[in-house]
Design a protein around this ligand. Structure first.
Ligand SMILES: [Zn+2]
Length: 226
């Protein structure tokens, strides 16, 4: 939540700064008066900055994920996913939104109430009313990685153009999101897991990891703002 203060103070400081500059130009009295005025206005700027900081737009979106077992044999796996979300959902949303620069609650693609069906099959993101599907048999870390991967497809809806590889776009920010959430070792292990699935994954991971973190962020920003 360190962004919280930075974004808001940047927004409000110029206004206070202008007032301060105006006062300085008019301060033709002695250095003592100048120093006192400076101290007084600095204090005033500092003390008025904080009240306007609360409740700004950097608060993460509120995202609800309801996990459902496709049948009774998946209730334990369902509870595992649910426990991950209850413990880390807020941090997951905050990190995904910070790394991607996108928000789950931004129109026209707002997507904040998600149903996720736990079953034994190929995971997929679904979209809005179409439920997400998550494989039951993954080990704990791959449950975490896959949940963020599938949420990532939902969060980046509208970024990839028709015909563009969704994963080529997603992996520009998924790796750095995994690193921020659970560390580089976790991220590298989950890249290996995804590569082993073949299909579009190895090529898309090669392309994303050929860039460094700043390069991936710049590339994704260019796609997001084109
Ligand atoms: Zn995918």
């Amino acid at each position: 939540m360190s962004n919280h203060g930075e974004r808001s103070s940047a927004k409000w400081r110029p206004m206070n700064g202008c007032y301060f500059q105006f006062a300085l130009n008019r301060a033709t009295a002695s250095r003592l008066v100048f120093a006192l005025l400076f101290a007084l206005l600095s204090w005033a700027c500092a003390s008025t900055a904080h009240p306007v900081l609360s409740g700004d737009a950097t608060t993460p979106s509120s995202v609800r994920v309801a996990f459902r077992a496709q049948s009774d044999s998946f209730t334990i796996a369902r509870d595992d996913y649910d426990a991950i979300w209850r413990a880390e959902g807020h941090r997951i949303v905050e990190t995904m939104e910070r790394v991607s620069g996108l928000r789950f609650d931004s129109p026209p693609y707002a997507d904040t109430s998600i149903v996720a069906i736990v079953f034994e099959g190929v995971s997929n993101s679904g979209y809005r009313d179409d439920p997400m599907h998550l494989r039951a048999s993954y080990p704990p870390d791959t449950k975490r990685a896959t949940l963020v991967h599938e949420l990532g497809h939902r969060l980046q809806v509208g970024v990839a153009r028709p015909g563009e590889d969704e994963h080529g776009v997603l992996f520009l920010w998924l790796y750095d999101t995994w690193v921020a959430l659970w560390g580089r070792k976790f991220a590298d292990e989950q890249v290996l897991v995804e590569r082993a699935r073949r299909g579009p994954y190895p090529k898309a991971w090669d392309a994303a990891l050929a860039l460094d973190s700043a390069g991936r962020a710049a590339r994704f920003r260019a796609l997001r703002t084109r």
